[in-house]
Design a protein around this ligand. Structure first.
Ligand code: AMP
Ligand code: GLY
Length: 445
């Protein structure tokens, strides 16, 4: 009998994970909150329901005799979906609820890094009451980033100068987080405002090993030139040879070492052995590499970059993240650059045009050599419509970032509808701007 694998989630990241799983001779099952047309056609069976309902997900998995599972997004990790599956003796290549605190509780993770003297820790304070906010703000002598400690879907962080004009706005926002509970925990993490170039490093992690993937740079801002509101990510690129063009091999080694130390500290501190993909978001500053945050899963869009060049047995990687042997698993990343661009509904993220029809010519996209992944769309009667979130991603793979960008861009006309995207992601001009910025930071004249 074929192995039965469950995927939880329904975004473009999960579509890319589904494709990686389906390169093997297995049966894929999916539990989705909305039908993803790309995932559903790869599945033997799927269910539509609340992916945060741990008992419903695990019951369905039990009924379908699932052998192995993976959870795409963060919210089901926090909701205990992994723990519920494991109670039914289903193996899961994602961290349990407690280990996922590396993402779901920023106050916990900053505290862990401090206690175990892990490098890359920015100056920070955790505030739990409005009185603590008042005290902190009156003695504040630096510009800060104000972060809800719990999950907010990537949209809760506000930075001084960018979103908050002065101390008073910092005070108000911090109090709002505590009072109203922005995110899932009523605590605020105040951090020094860091200036530099951000990058993502994802790794496969088993209780004993950590194996890094190529670095990626995501683009959070909605509009070209890194302007406008923050989004879940508008697109991303990676370079040949694992290292982004504005960074060095030593930066990669430093970042992966931080991830290794953090996973070890987690085990020492809590007894939780981390398993699954770990995502480190870093910023290279004039003062070295700092940790922005960790995520307990693949990034979205970063999953499309790395999985588009993943070659080998993804199911074996899933198994070895649980049982060990990761370093000898049969896989590698092909030596190519990648550029991923998201198509989003017009007006996204402030006033997105929902319910508009999208016409996708998948054959033409394939012909120009791009990969298409469905994100948040709805499907009715064979037609596809926008929702309020990112709709479709297009990824190009080529020997250079510039060429990969051209491939992604050349596929855009084959997805028709009231959609927008950032043309600048992965262009030579943008990459050169990053290189110049990093040079200025590291060698100030
Ligand atoms: P996070 O939800 O922690 O990933 O933060 C969202 C975004 O806020 C990040 O991608 C950064 O661009 C920005 N950010 C987070 N922390 C800081 C910081 N300490 N200084 C400057 N920007 C930050
Ligand atoms: N690309 C950001 C994230 O996945 O959280």
């Amino acid at each position: 009998m074929k192995m039965r694998i469950l995927l939880v989630g329904n975004g473009a990241r999960e579509h890319a994970i589904a494709e990686a799983i389906c390169t093997q001779d297995v049966d894929l099952y999916a539990y989705m909150s909305r039908k993803n047309p790309g995932i559903s056609r790869l599945c033997k069976d799927y269910a539509l329901g609340d992916i945060l309902d741990a008992s419903a997900v695990s019951k369905w998995a039990g009924e379908h005799a699932i052998d192995l599972a993976i959870v795409g997004p963060e919210a089901p990790l926090e909701a205990g979906v992994v723990d519920a599956l494991e109670k039914r003796e289903i193996q899961v290549s994602s961290p349990n609820k407690s280990a996922a605190r590396l993402e779901t509780d920023k106050a916990f993770t900053r505290g862990l890094m401090e206690r175990y003297k892990i490098p890359g820790l920015p100056k920070f304070s955790v505030l739990e009451t409005e009185a603590e906010v008042d005290e902190f703000v009156s003695g504040m002598d630096m510009e800060v980033a104000v972060k809800p400690a719990g999950l907010t879907g990537g949209k809760g962080v506000k930075i001084m100068r960018e979103h908050l004009k002065n101390k008073e706005e910092v005070r108000e926002y911090a109090k709002e987080i505590i009072r109203k509970g922005v995110g899932t925990i009523n605590k605020v993490v105040m951090e020094e405002r860091l200036v530099g170039e951000e990058f993502t490093l994802q790794a496969f992690v088993s209780p004993e090993e950590i194996v890094g993937m190529p670095m990626v740079q995501d683009h959070k801002r909605a509009y070209e030139g890194d302007r406008g509101p923050n989004t879940g990510g508008m697109g991303s690129y990676s370079n040949r040879g694992y290292i982004l063009p504005f960074l060095k091999k030593a930066d990669y080694e430093f970042a992966i070492d931080i991830m290794r130390k953090t996973v070890r500290a987690l085990y020492k501190d809590t007894g939780d052995a981390y398993k699954g993909v770990l995502y480190g978001q870093f910023i290279a500053t004039a003062d070295g590499i700092k940790v922005i945050e960790f995520n307990a899963r693949f990034g979205d869009p970063e999953a499309m970059n790395v999985l588009s060049i993943f070659e080998g047995n993804f199911v074996e990687v899933m198994e070895t993240m649980i049982n060990g042997g990761l370093k000898s698993a049969d896989f590698h990343f092909i030596d190519q650059a990648t550029v991923c661009k998201y198509l989003v509904p017009s007006g996204y993220p402030i006033n997105p045009e929902k319910g508009a029809e999208i016409i996708v010519d998948e054959a033409a996209v394939k012909q120009v050599g791009a990969r298409l992944h469905y994100a948040s769309v709805s499907e009715e009667g064979g037609k596809i419509f926008t929702t309020s979130s990112r709709a479709i991603s297009l990824t190009g793979v080529a020997p250079t970032i510039e060429k990969a960008e051209e491939i992604a861009e050349s596929a855009i006309p084959y997805v028709k509808g009231p959609l927008e995207h950032r043309r600048d992601i992965g262009t030579q001009e943008l990459v050169e701007k990053r290189i110049r910025h990093m040079k200025e930071l590291r060698n100030p004249s």
